[in-house]
Ligand binder design. Sequence first.
Ligand code: AMP
Length: 284
Amino acid sequence: MTVYNKAEKLTKDLAELKRKGLTIGFVPTMGALHEGHLSLVKKAGNECDVVVVSIFVNPTQFNNPTDLEKYPRTVEKDIELLEETAASVVFVPEVSEIYPNEDSKKMQFDFGQLDKLMEGKHRPGHFNGVAMVVKRLFEIVQPAKAYFGQKDIQQVLIINELINKYLPDSGIEIIKCPIVRESDGLAMSSRNALLNKQQRASAATISKALFEAKEKYKNSTVKEISEFVKERINSETNLSVEYFEIVDGKSLQSIKDWSETNEILACVAVNVTESLRLIDNIYF
Ligand code: AMP
């Protein structure tokens, strides 16, 4: 496994591998790796000849400075973990490699309604920052396939739109991978490392509420399920629902009746502290 810090060198070496006919799979991450990330690396390894993993805590996607400051950073351990996986290349750039000047941080994207809802509404500028870094990383790596987790479902839809609208000739295929969970159901997340014991115990309620909602939705209205989930999570000390939305899985528009879509998606964001929030989602 080779570790790169420089974009230009990585692009050059990957171009050489592509010339030899090898396919490149790409897994962008912000590090503090867990089994969720590793499941993406594994899938990429099954489908591609060369797996590139990037580790970059992207400042432009953080709307909360405390969240950025506290975001767990464990690069050495991450690289050790990746040694045991299908990853053959790790890209760990400095901020200046990704954003060489102020202008490179000024790109503006238009994703229509997709980035105005849910995470977009509660984290202003977040998806513009995500689109900026992913576009730049795609241009550096130029993969055949890129792997993203359903954990961040809105991000997956936005990256698909990024390809359709801003990189239509790139030929990059976006692969959506299932959510990996802890044994009590909590969706794995780098931010889980920041939970204290009590918060961690409470956090299991988030996925439990979603699983229970899925079990009983057919005998309830959308409004009833919505109230049930919010009540179930809010009744837990430490947790406060920021939003719970039942939406169409493609447009992310809220539905009022189950018959409005055949891809029902329930999404939740929960505040644990002022600077620590967790998200999760489930298809019914
Ligand atoms: P992050 O490091 O949080 O930016 O995540 C990097 C990639 O891993 C994103 O595509 C995430 O959606 C994905 N990911 C994060 N957590 C999970 C999980 N629990 N299961 C599957 N994929 C995940």
